[in-house]
Design a protein around this ligand. Structure first.
Ligand SMILES: CC(=O)CC(=O)C(=O)O
Ligand SMILES: [Mg+2]
Length: 220
């Protein structure tokens, strides 16, 4: 059997674990309370989309939002990983979008229902190329940005995260075993806003990586 290459982690079929409300400024803009423990949800591997393919707006939403986030790619699996060893489990990073059907999420929240329809649809997780760990020596202090049709909408720094990457890896692995190829989305800074069919999204992490996605409607 040929060894799989972590730089194509999105092809492995592993889980995507997302952290919500990890930036106080974003929690505030959506009038959510600042969490005292990480808020978690999942996306399936069918959520992945790579540059060259469009982000598809689900037919059931009229308010699809972008959320730019730092993704952490797990290189070594584990359960109950202590914070002190957490970074040994990281293979690298990816710039990610947590595409969110905000109207559906609001409806789910008001009914006390899970966010699956709002967060886990096909193409809800656009990702950049894999960024080897060495290229981001301090993942707790890198700047992320996102533009829609050349207009800056999001700009934040991972130093604003409420829960650090080692804390998140340790917390998650206490009850979800992490596997090689898993991706953790670490939450979004403020500035989330709606996108429309034909919009062009551009996002980056400093001068480390940049990616472009077009928004489209699925064929009916
Ligand atoms: C309110 C949210 O959608 C939470 C989330 O995904 C985030 O990044 O924060
Ligand atoms: Mg998010």
């Amino acid at each position: 059997m040929t060894a799989r290459n972590i730089s194509r982690f999105w092809e492995w079929g592993r889980k995507i674990i997302c952290v919500g409300r990890n930036y106080a400024d974003h929690a505030k803009e959506l009038k959510n309370a600042i969490p005292t423990e990480p808020v978690l949800f999942l996306k399936p591997p069918t959520a992945y989309v790579k540059e060259g393919s469009p982000i598809l707006v689900p037919l059931y939403t009229s308010n699809l939002h972008h959320e730019v986030e730092l993704g952490v790619v797990i290189g070594k699996g584990g359960t109950a990983i202590p914070q002190s060893a957490a970074m040994e489990h990281v293979a690298g990073y990816a710039l990610c979008l947590d595409m969110t059907a905000r109207d559906i999420q609001d409806e789910c929240k008001s009914k006390g229902l899970p966010w699956t329809m709002a967060k886990a649809f096909n193409t809800s997780c656009p990702v950049s190329e894999f960024i080897p760990k060495e290229r981001i020596p301090d993942p707790g202090n890198v700047s992320l940005w996102l533009k829609v049709n050349d207009q800056l909408r999001q700009s934040g720094c991972t130093s604003q995260m409420i829960f650090s990457i080692p804390y998140l890896i340790s917390y998650i692995s206490d009850f979800i075993t992490l596997e090689e190829g898993d991706l953790i989305l670490t939450g979004t800074p403020k500035g989330v806003s709606a996108v429309q069919e034909h919009d062009e999204l551009q996002a980056g992490i400093e001068d480390i990586v940049m990616m472009n996605f077009r928004v489209d409607r699925p064929e009916q």
